[in-house]
Design a protein around this ligand. Structure first.
Ligand code: ZN
Length: 327
């Protein structure tokens, strides 16, 4: 009989074993404001009356610098703008009225300040899972950070999204001179939207995930292509210990029961005779969720996974928000 324990990792698409002198990152959750999600817009068999006020979580990641005393600090997502009047699109303001109550405090900036970090000075990179209003935060709080976005993001920031509702993109809201887009995804049908990347990164597979970028080249922080929700949607896979990883799922889904398989992506009447869901490209969003489910299946307890609006995770893990650390 086959002994699962003795199977080599690649047979079950496991994550790689630590390299000699493997580098690990630390991670901590940050508050990025709160919004209210009506269940009927997100999952199958919803309670039509139920709305849940959920966090828009961000994450602080610290990569130890081997050559100097200072770690490299990254923030994954910036949450909701603390000043709601700073959204530029009328459609965004209208959308926000459908997500009430919305709380913009504590935001990512005040969360960092609470642990003694100054967003204007101490954050080297901001990685945005995507540019929806509840993830984009206030980029002007980070004048010295490099912004990293997924392929296709700059196109929709310039042109609006090529799908309904196309007018809810906060056009021009990232500082162009600070922003770098990751390279085009191999075999993508959206290559015409891809910007020329100024990074040396390349896409490769890791475990069950077909397209990932080894951000520091040492296997400690992987940016994952997670298509479907909106063009350029990316996730992150963090190596936090010899047999421990954290998967940051962004908006791959808005309800953890979709990852566990208890629910599916829901559809609702979006007006104008359209049946809508929370994702721009449904079949790609489903494939992304499948890949994450397979990652969890193949690696079991080694992977802790969190989606941006996971209120259950947040309420059970308040002691792992900055200035305390998850890992
Ligand atoms: Zn979103």
């Amino acid at each position: 009989m086959e002994d699962l324990q003795q199977r080599p990792d690649h047979d079950r698409q496991g994550l790689p074993s630590p390299a000699p002198n493997q580098v690990y990152v630390n991670v901590s959750a940050l508050n990025g404001g709160f919004l209210t999600l009506p269940e009927r817009n997100f999952v199958t068999d919803p309670d039509p009356e139920k709305g849940t006020t959920v966090p828009s979580m961000c994450f602080l990641i610290e990569h130890p610098e081997t050559s100097s005393a200072k770690p490299t600090r990254l923030v994954f997502d910036l949450g909701i703008k603390r000043d709601l009047t700073k959204y530029v699109q009328l459609a965004t303001h209208h959308h926000i009225t459908t997500r009430q109550p919305v709380y913009s405090s504590p935001d990512a900036r005040s969360s960092l300040l609470s642990g003694g970090l100054d967003p204007a000075k101490d954050i080297d990179y901001v990685i945005l899972s995507h540019i929806h209003w509840d993830h984009i935060g206030l980029p002007s709080d980070y004048p010295n950070s490099k912004f990293i976005v997924g392929s296709g993001t700059l196109y929709i920031l310039e042109n609006g999204a090529p799908y309904y509702p196309h007018d809810r993109i906060e056009k021009g809201s990232l500082p162009a001179e600070q922003t770098t887009e990751l390279p085009p995804i191999p075999d993508s049908d959206r290559k015409h939207m891809a910007a020329t990347s100024q990074t040396n990164h390349h896409w490769q597979s890791i475990s069950t995930l077909p397209n990932a970028v080894d951000f520091f080249g040492d296997g400690s922080l992987w940016i994952i292509d997670a298509p479907g929700h909106i063009h350029g949607h990316i996730n992150a896979l963090l190596r936090v210990g010899p047999d421990k990883w954290v998967y940051l799922g962004g908006d791959c889904c808005h309800d953890r029961r979709i990852i566990t398989g208890e629910k599916q992506i829901g559809h609702y009447d979006g007006g104008h005779g359209r049946l809508k869901c929370a994702h721009a490209e449904l079949s790609k969003a489903q494939k992304t969720i499948e890949n994450i489910q397979k990652l969890i299946d193949a690696n079991g307890e080694a992977v802790e996974w969190i989606v941006a609006h996971d209120w259950e995770w947040a309420s059970a893990n308040q002691n792992r928000f900055f200035p305390r650390w998850m890992y």
